[in-house]
Design a protein around this ligand. Structure first.
Ligand code: FE2
Length: 450
C-alpha cells in the first residue's frame, strides 16, 4: 500500500478499511469490566479483506475476499479471538491451498462470501448476495464446504436472511444477474432446508440487499439500482448502477402467496440496503429503514451517494398509496432491533452512525415511539460497527438486554468488542473485550449463542 500512487487511492482501501494480512488465533483475551455470565457463544462478524495486490482503480468494497472475525465468550471469559478468510476457489488459490469441498458443480459461480455470518440449524455460514452460494464454516471458523443446503438451494442465497421469531424459519430474498428480470424468495426451515421458493418478476434486475416481512407480507424492494449489461460486459465485478428512469416500488407478497399475488406500491426514488423492521398496522404496512437518496450513480466503488437517514414508510395495502417521513437525519446505517420482534411492532432500534464512505462513527439508540435518539459521545477515540441486541435472560421489556458492537480504538489501532446495557447506551460499557489486532470496518455480525 505504501507504494500506491496518490491519485490512484481508493477510499475503500484506506483507514480502517485497509485489509489485514494475517490470520490469528489468540486465547484468553483481556476483559475490562464484567462480562454477563449468561453470555455463552460467539460474536462473529464478516467483511471484505482483499488478499494480496489489489488494483485500487478497479476495487469495489463489496467484492473484497471475505474474512470472518470471531470472539468466543463463556463463563465471564473471552476465550479466544480468531480471524479467517472464507475459502472459495480464488481465496484457496491465493493462499496456496487446495480448493474447498463444494456441493456444486466445479463451474458454479463462486465469489467472496464477505457480507454476513449467521448460525442456523446448528451450522455457521458465511454469506453474500448476487448469486454465490453460502459457505459453511466450522465452529472455529475454518471453511467446511461451499453449501447447497443439503441439495435444497435452487441457486442464489442472500447476505440477509431474517428469522421469523414466531416460527424460527429464515426468510431470504435473492437475486442473480443470470435470471434476467426476476428475483427469488426463499423460506428456509428450522432444519436448514429450503421448504419453499417463489420466483417474482421485476421490471429490471434490481440489487435487493435485504428483506423485511410482517405477519402478513414479505416486502420486495424493487429499487433503481439495477443490473447494467454494459458494465458487466466491461468486466465490472458488481455491475449494478443507479438507473434514473427506473420506477422505485415495494412489492407486498402475501406470506404464503404466489408471484401473482404481489401488490406493488410505487415510491419516490431511493435505495435501501437495510430495513430496521416492518409490521402490520391495520390496512398499512409500516416500514422503517435506512434510506439513501440513490446508490452507485456517481461513486461506483462503494456506497457514497450522500448520508443515509432513518425514514418511515406507511404502505396502504387497500389504496396502494403511501406516506414517507423522516425519523432521524443523523447519518446512520446497519439498523438492528430486538430480534424477538422482527415482523412485529417494535419501539427501539440500534444503528451505527456513519461518516463518509461508511467510516465508523457513533452508536445510536432510536426510540421510535417518543422520537428520541441517544448517541455515544466517545467518537473522538472510538468508531463503532454494527450493533447487535441480545436480550437479558428472562427479560420482559423490549430493551432489557445488551448491545454489543465492535469498535476501533483510534489511539491503539486495535479493536474491542464493547458490551453496553441497552437501557444505558450512552454510559460506560459493562464489559470491553480487547482484541490484540485491528479488525477492519466491515459489514455484518451476529451473536450466535451455543
Ligand atoms: Fe447488509
Amino acid at each position: 500500500m505504501s507504494t500506491m500512487n496518490h491519485d490512484r487511492k481508493n477510499p475503500f482501501l484506506e483507514g480502517n478499511l485497509a485489509p489485514v494480512t494475517e490470520e490469528m488465533t489468540v486465547a484468553d483475551l483481556e476483559v475490562i469490566g464484567t462480562l454477563p455470565p449468561e453470555l455463552d457463544g460467539r460474536y462473529l462478524r464478516n467483511g471484505p479483506n482483499p488478499i494480496g495486490d489489489v488494483n485500487p482503480a478497479k476495487y469495489h468494497w463489496f467484492s473484497g475476499h471475505g474474512m470472518v472475525h470471531g470472539i468466543r465468550i463463556r463463563n465471564g471469559k473471552a476465550e479466544w479471538y480468531r480471524n479467517r478468510w472464507v475459502r472459495d476457489r480464488e481465496v484457496a488459490s491465493l493462499l496456496n491451498e487446495s480448493p474447498p469441498a463444494s456441493d456444486w458443480p466445479s463451474d458454479h459461480q463462486q465469489f467472496a462470501a464477505n457480507t454476513n455470518v449467521i448460525g442456523h440449524a446448528g451450522k455457521t455460514f458465511a454469506i453474500v448476495e448476487a448469486g454465490s452460494p453460502p459457505v459453511e464454516l466450522s465452529y472455529d471458523l475454518e471453511t467446511v464446504r461451499i453449501s447447497n443446503l443439503e441439495g435444497t438451494l435452487p441457486h442464489a442465497y442472500s447476505a440477509h436472511p431474517k428469522r421469523d421469531p414466531l416460527t424460527g424459519e429464515l426468510h431470504v430474498m435473492t437475486y442473480f444477474w443470470g435470471w434476467g428480470n426476476q428475483v427469488q424468495y426463499l423460506v428456509v426451515g428450522t432444519d436448514g432446508r429450503v421448504r419453499r421458493h417463489v420466483d417474482i418478476p421485476t421490471a429490471g434486475g434490481p440489487m435487493i440487499h435485504d428483506i423485511a416481512f410482517t405477519k402478513k407480507y414479505v416486502l420486495v424492494f424493487d429499487l433503481p439500482t439495477v443490473f447494467n449489461l454494459e458494465a458487466a460486459m466491461a468486466g465490472s465485478r458488481l455491475p449494478y448502477y443507479w438507473d434514473h428512469n427506473y420506477q422505485a416500488r415495494i412489492g407486498l407478497l402475501p406470506r404464503e402467496g404466489t408471484a401473482e399475488d404481489v401488490k406493488w406500491i410505487d415510491i419516490d426514488p431511493c435505495y435501501i440496503f437495510h430495513p430496521m423492521n416492518a409490521y402490520d398496522d391495520g390496512d398499512e404496512v409500516v416500514l422503517d429503514a435506512a434510506r439513501h437518496e440513490k446508490m452507485f450513480d456517481r461513486e461506483r466503488r462503494g456506497p457514497s451517494e450522500g448520508p443515509p437517514t432513518l425514514d418511515r414508510w406507511r404502505l396502504n395495502v387497500v389504496t396502494g398509496t403511501h406516506t414517507c417521513e423522516r425519523i432521524d437525519d443523523r447519518p446512520q446505517e446497519f439498523p438492528r432491533i430486538n430480534e424477538g420482534l422482527v415482523g412485529l411492532r417494535n419501539q427501539f432500534g440500534y444503528c451505527a452512525g456513519i461518516g463518509q464512505n461508511f467510516a465508523q462513527d457513533t452508536l445510536l439508540k432510536v426510540d421510535l415511539d417518543n422520537r428520541v435518539v441517544e448517541t455515544r459521545k466517545d467518537t473522538k477515540r472510538y468508531g463503532y460497527g454494527e450493533p447487535v441486541f441480545i436480550p437479558r435472560d428472562g427479560s420482559k421489556a423490549e430493551d432489557d438486554g445488551y448491545v454489543m458492537a465492535l469498535r476501533l480504538d483510534g489511539e491503539t489501532q486495535t479493536s474491542e468488542l464493547a458490551i453496553f446495557d441497552a437501557q444505558a447506551i450512552t454510559e460506560d460499557a459493562i464489559a470491553v473485550v480487547r482484541v490484540p489486532a485491528r479488525i477492519p470496518n466491515g459489514f455484518h455480525g451476529n451473536w450466535i449463542p451455543d
